[in-house]
Design a binder for this molecule. Structure first.
Ligand code: CAA
Ligand code: FAD
Length: 384
């Protein structure tokens, strides 16, 4: 299940990134991953190290403190980290592909110097705040308002389900300025923690990715200077959608990693466990499960790398990203469920990791656009 044999033109640099991510996952993330999941404990120390190693601003230009790498490198690193700890990888994904990417692509030079540099180096963590209690899939129906007050915006409302909600220092907040203009009256504002009127709500007690911190965020008469708006007036929704196109490649890679992690554990276990006098791998029912897992994972990998390559080549990747996320997330759910089955009763307990991967897999079908929303995006592209 490696890509070297294929004509993906993986360079020495790509392989070095993949190896560095694999090493980091094995040495820094694997020890303690079960405890962090049990205790829903944010991996603060591990995230700090990810910043030091350059995993938090991988695609950001070196000019702004980033690694200047391509999307393929990012996907390779996301896969390796997600094999072991999908909580750490969602923290990484939001920072890289939503916050840093959005700021670099659409921010002003001043915004990049002030906000992107500390985000790319991991000195600060970012959050991307689109969803609300009443607006998830239906993202244009924003209730959070950013009233234009001349030289500042007055921000009011609640954002829900925000990854890095508590740990972030810099938040990109989507809000409605002009209701009459519908989605073209939405803005994206850079809001810093500590701004008066900005509070962090309760932490969600989740099924999976339990050590990532998901919070609601509340804004009550928060004054945000005009220079903190990203792009022209009314660009906020387009900003969110454009950013999510790339974000979906990151989540697709996360799903791919969760699936490969579970598959690798199942393959190993099947060769160790004996039943009826032979390895369970020698029972065809188990062999066929592993064959099907490997095939689905390989198909998901091709879609993920296709989307990443298209993005790197500056070609249209909207549909490819949606397809990669839709398929890889379904593969992750299926493979992890089967990996638990291959482990029998041992699969059902925490020590063997696969039950966590199964719980973690589920979120990849929900966030950054549910599977239903990916189908909607794909279908619209079919007739565009
Ligand atoms: N790329 C670029 N622009 C897009 C786009 C895309 N993929 N999808 C829509 N747009 C643009 C459209 O072109 C349109 O703009 P114009 O009118 O100026 O041309 C505008 O957005 C509105 O589009 P629609 O008319 O199609 O709006 P809609 O309401 O019918 O559907 C939607 C929009 C595709 C369903 C969208 O609301 C959506 O993607 N929803 C899912 C939201 C989502 O993914 N949330 C994730 C939150 S972040 C997160 O989850 C992070 C995490 O967990 C880690
Ligand atoms: P709903 O939109 O209410 O959907 C409910 C069901 O209806 C789904 O099955 C959906 O697919 C289906 N549905 C809705 N509309 C349609 C339609 N038109 N056609 C067919 N089916 C439809 N958001 C952020 O902004 N930032 C974050 O950092 C972030 N992190 C998250 C982390 C976690 C752990 C979770 C759980 C969520 C996170 N989200 C974040 C929010 C996430 O993006 C939304 O939960 C997701 O987009 C779905 O929205 P919803 O929960 O309101 O579900």
């Amino acid at each position: 299940l490696e890509l070297q044999g294929l004509n993906f033109n993986l360079t020495e640099e790509h392989l070095a990134v993949q190896e560095a991510a694999r090493d980091f996952a094995q040495t820094e993330l694997l020890p303690g991953v079960i405890e962090r999941d049990n205790e829903a404990k944010f991996p603060a120390e591990q995230v700090r190290k990810m910043g030091e190693l350059g995993f938090l601003g991988m695609m950001v230009s070196p000019e702004y403190g980033g690694g200047g790498m391509d999307t393929v490198s990012y996907v390779l690193a996301m896969e390796e980290i997600s094999k072991v700890d999908a909580s750490a990888s969602v923290i990484m994904s939001v920072n890289n592909s939503l916050v840093c990417w959005g700021l670099e692509a659409f921010g002003t030079e001043e915004q990049k110097q002030k906000y992107l540099v500390p985000l790319a180096t991991g000195e600060r963590i970012g959050a991307f705040c689109l969803s609300e209690p009443e607006a998830g899939s239906d993202a244009t129906s924003q209730h959070t308002t950013a009233e234009d007050k001349g030289d500042y915006y007055l921000l009011n409302g609640t954002k829900n389900w925000i990854t890095n909600g508590n740990s972030s220092g810099t938040c990109l907040v989507i809000a409605q300025t002009d209701v009459a203009k519908k989605h073209r009256g939405i803005n994206c504002l850079i809001v810093e923690k500590g701004t008066p009127g900005f509070t962090v709500g309760k932490k969600e007690d989740k099924m999976g990715i339990r050590s990532s911190d998901t919070h609601s965020l509340m804004f009550s008469d928060v004054k945000v200077p005009k220079e903190n708006r990203i792009g022209d007036d009314g660009f906020g929704f387009k900003f969110a959608m454009s950013t999510l196109n790339g974000g979906r490649i990151g989540i697709a890679a996360q799903a791919l990693g969760i699936a490969s992690g579970a598959y690798e554990l199942a393959l190993k276990y099947a060769q160790e466990r004996k039943a009826f006098g032979r390895q369970i791998f020698d029972h065809q029912a188990i062999q066929f499960k592993l064959a099907e897992m490997a095939t689905k994972i390989e198909a998901a990998r091709l879609l993920v790398f296709k989307a990443a390559r298209l993005k790197d080549e500056h070609k249209d990747y909207v549909q490819a990203a949606a397809m990669a996320k839709l398929y890889a997330s379904e593969v992750a759910m299926w493979v992890t469920t089967e990996a638990v089955q291959v482990h029998g009763g041992y699969g059902y307990v925490k020590e063997f990791h696969v039950e966590r991967l199964m719980r973690d897999a589920k979120i990849t079908q929900i966030y950054e656009g549910t599977s239903e929303i990916q189908k909607l995006v794909i279908a619209r592209e079919l007739i565009r």
